[in-house]
Design a protein around this ligand. Sequence first.
Ligand code: ZN
Length: 480
Amino acid sequence: MTAEKGPGITAAAGTAIGAGTGTGAGADTDTATATPTTTGTTTGTGTGAGDAGDRGRTATFLIYLDACRYDYITRERTPFLHSLGERGSIRRARTVCGFTQESAMLTGKYPVETGHFTWFHLSENSPFAWLRPFCFLSFLPQFKLYEPVKVLIRKTTSLITGRAYPDPAHIPLDLLPRFERVDGDEIGGISIDSICRSSGRRAINLMNNNNFVGMKTCSAMFEAAATALEREVFDLCMIHIGELDVDGHKLGPRADLLGGHLATIDACLSRLHRAARRLGISCNMVIVSDHGMQPVAGTVDVIGRVKEAASRAGLRSPRDYLYFLDSTMARFWFPNGAARRPIEEALSAVPHGHIVTEGEKEERGINFRHNLYGDTLFWLDKGYIVFPNFFQSTYSDCPRGMHGYMDDDDGLLVLYSDSDSGAEAYRRNQKDPVPLVDIFSIVLDMMGVGPAERLGAGPSRRGGQPRQGSGRNRLEGPTI
Ligand SMILES: [Zn+2]
C-alpha cells in the first residue's frame, strides 16, 4: 500500500506515554477514522474537569505535522500558521537521518544514542523466524496476491509473539526471518515523556503510535485535544498528524494539491488555540515537521545491479551477502567477508547514490558500534528511489514524493507562546534550520522544566534501553 509511512512510506512507531488505545493494530488501510483516546498514561496530579478552566493554567502543545515542508506555509494557504509564525518564530527544521525521527525529537538524541535509525534491523530474534520453512516462496511479495498473505503473516506473527503490529512490509520471505522492526516503545534513555512522568507533569499523547499514519483523521486528533482541554488538566499534549505525509508520497510535494488537508490542519490549529483562550488557558505551541518531501526524479534498481555483479563473482544471497532495501537506501551485510569487495565495487558504479563514508556516519550520528543496520550503506541522492524496495510494491504506482535522504533541511518549525516566559524560552534557540533533536529542549524550556528535573527522570517508556537485541553481545554484531 502506498499510503504508509516509514522507510519510504510505512509508518509509525510504538506507543508512548499516554498513547491512545488506537485501533491501528489489525487495520490495514490508512483511511480508517478510529477515534483517538486521551486515556493511557497521563501523569501528574490533575484533578479533572473542574480545574480545566482555571485561570493561569498553561498548556504546551507539541504538534507533529508529518512531512509538512516549510514552504507549504503561506498567508493564503495557512493563514493561522502564518500569523503564528509572524507573531512567534518560523524556521526550517533539519531532519535526523533515517526513519525514526520521533525518537530524536522526544529524546534530543541522535540514532547512535537512541538505537533507532531505520525501521528494520538485522536480528537473531526476529518475530518472523517461524517463516523460515517458507523461504522458497521468497518471490511472493512481488505480486498483488501477496496483500492477503501479508495480513495473514502479520496476524499470525502477532498471535505467536504477542507483538501489536508486526508488519512484514514487502520483504522477500528468504530475508524476512532475519529482520526485526525497531520497537518504538523502547527509546533508549530519557525522553520528554519520562521527564513529564518523573516531574509530576501530566502529558497526553495523541501520537499515531502503532497506527499507520493518516489512520486517524487530523480533525479527530484535534477534536480529542480540544476535548482534553475542556475535561482534563494537563501540561503537555502531543499530536501526530499524518495526512500531509500520505498526500506528499502520492501527489508529490505540491502545496496546491495538498491544499485541502493544509487548510483543514490550519483551521483545526486555529480552533484549538481559540478554545484554549476561551478557557483562559495560556498556550505554548511547538509545531514541527520531521522532514520535508522531495519530488521523485527517478528510480534506481540497486539490487538488480548488485545481483548481476555478485552472480558473476559466484556469490549468492543469503549465503554470502544479505541486503535490505529501504526506499532511499540499500543496506548490505557480509557474513563471510568475501562479498564485500565485489559488491562495493558494483555499488560504486550505480548512478545517483554513494556508499556512506565513516565520516558521514559520524557527522550524522549513525556511527553505530554494531552492524545491525548494515555493514555497508548505499544512499541515493535527493529525488531518487531505490526500486524495487521493500516498502513500495512493484505492482502499485510509483510515489511522486519521497523523503529519507541523507540531508534534509526542508522541515518546518513554528514556535509561539501566549506568555512572555514561553516566548523568552524559545528565543534562546536562534538556529535556522533547527536540528530536530533540539525540539526536546525547546519543548522542555517552554514548559519551564529545569535542568534538575530533567536529570531526575528515569528511562523513557517501557524498556528504557535502546532495543539492540537481547542476544549475547549483540552490540558487537550479530551472528548471520
Ligand atoms: Zn513518509
